[in-house]
Ligand binder design. Structure first.
Ligand SMILES: CC(C)(COP(=O)(O)OP(=O)(O)OC[C@H]1O[C@@H](n2cnc3c(N)ncnc32)[C@H](O)[C@@H]1OP(=O)(O)O)[C@@H](O)C(=O)NCCC(=O)NCCS
Length: 338
């Protein structure tokens, strides 16, 4: 035997393409007024949400991912067969197994790729992103696809006014590749989990603890259960705290950012974070009015909004921050190189 040990190499990583997708069907606050005891004024003033998109019956999250990925591949001018890894952040997979990554790989014809799903609630894209970044930085791969996608309306109880007004469906995808000479790309990140927050936001049944039974259906255990106030408190504190930590340890302040892309859960959570970090509100991306909370789809959808609004430009320092079920927190700092 003659073992050849491959050298360990490393490089910087960057985002090279972006694609996002929402299904065409729209559910407005006025539609919800007819379904449950709520009103447009309450929803807008408490959350900033005006409408959200709903995935059509018969389709799964993998179908949304395929649409976003096609846009992403077209933007980069490459074929699915060139993908080496597919990582999907989602808590609403088509099914328990196989993974959404496998379903998407097959639908795209990304032969030879490997991949996996990441479950981190609304921080799903952020956690998946760092897994992808590290695979490129380590030198293991050169073409990694990271997707954040959720079909939240599939697990929403439309008789519960405290949750059904909040959530929508959507997704986005980015390509991660090695940065070129002189480019910076990904700079820093800080992710955290705090499982003590589990009871505040979960879908109790459908897993190994409470597999689906008539009883779990009757007790509405396959829907989102949320203690809104507890989630709100955690999100307001943590989003600002960890964002500030990442800025500080990189020697910058909110004023140095070209763009801040926060998870779109509640406009009041975003405003509070922006105030605490002393950022220019004009540089903050807010699209919650159009999409509601799309969980793992939220940050890449907001990245698309940022590009469309001309707020994400080559060379900009960008901070992205999410808080979600778990609890989970994810903050990433990068320089936009497209
Ligand atoms: C859910 C949330 C919007 C509720 O806002 P809030 O200002 O805390 O409102 P409260 O829960 O205190 O409810 C205030 C009143 O509005 C009522 N209410 C709740 N939902 C309502 C709705 N959709 N329409 C009308 N009234 C509603 C409540 O019943 C309550 O009435 P009461 O005072 O008579 O009891 C807020 O807690 C939140 O955004 N939490 C975080 C959720 C989140 O981000 N989740 C995802 C994390 S990634």
């Amino acid at each position: 035997m003659s073992l050849t040990v491959r050298p360990i190499v490393g490089c910087r990583a960057k985002i090279t393409a972006l694609g996002a997708y929402v299904p065409p069907q729209v559910l407005t606050n006025q539609d919800l007024e007819k379904m449950v005891d709520t009103n447009n004024e309450w929803i807008v003033s408490r959350t900033g949400i005006r409408e959200r998109h709903v995935l059509a019956k018969g389709l799964g999250v993998s179908d949304m991912c395929v649409e976003a990925v096609k846009k992403c591949l077209a933007a980069r001018g490459i074929e699915a067969s060139e993908l080496e890894v597919i990582i999907i952040g989602t808590v609403t997979p088509d099914m328990m197994f196989p993974s959404t990554a496998c379903l998407v790989q097959n639908k795209l014809g990304a032969k030879g790729a490997w991949g996996f799903d990441v479950s981190a609630g609304c921080s799903g894209f952020m956690f998946a992103l760092q897994a992808g970044v590290k695979l490129v930085e380590s030198g293991a791969h050169k073409m990694v696809l990271v997707c954040g996608a959720d079909a939240n309306t599939r697990m929403t109880d439309y008789t519960d006014r405290t949750t059904c007004v909040l959530f929508g469906d959507g997704c986005g995808a980015v390509l991660i590749e090695p940065a070129a000479e002189g480019e910076i790309g990904f700079i820093d990140f800080k992710n955290e989990i705090d499982g003590s927050g589990g009871p505040a936001l979960n879908m109790p049944a459908g897993g190994s603890l409470h597999p689906a039974t008539h009883e779990t259906v009757d007790k509405k255990m396959h829907f989102i259960h949320q203690d809104g106030a507890a989630v709100y408190k955690f999100a307001v504190r943590k989003m600002a705290e960890i964002s500030a930590e990442v800025l500080e340890r990189n020697g910058i302040t909110g004023a140095d950012l070209g763009c801040f892309i926060p998870h779109q859960a509640n406009q009041r959570i975003i405003s509070s974070t922006v105030d605490r970090l002393g950022m220019d509100p004009a540089r903050v991306i807010i699209n919650i009015g159009k999409y509601g909370n799309t969980s793992a789809g939220s940050i890449p959808l907001a990245m698309e909004t940022a590009v469309e609004e001309g707020k994400l430009k080559k060379g900009d320092l960008v901070l992205m921050a999410a808080v979600g079920a778990g609890f989970t927190v994810g903050v990433t700092l990068l320089r936009w190189e497209i």
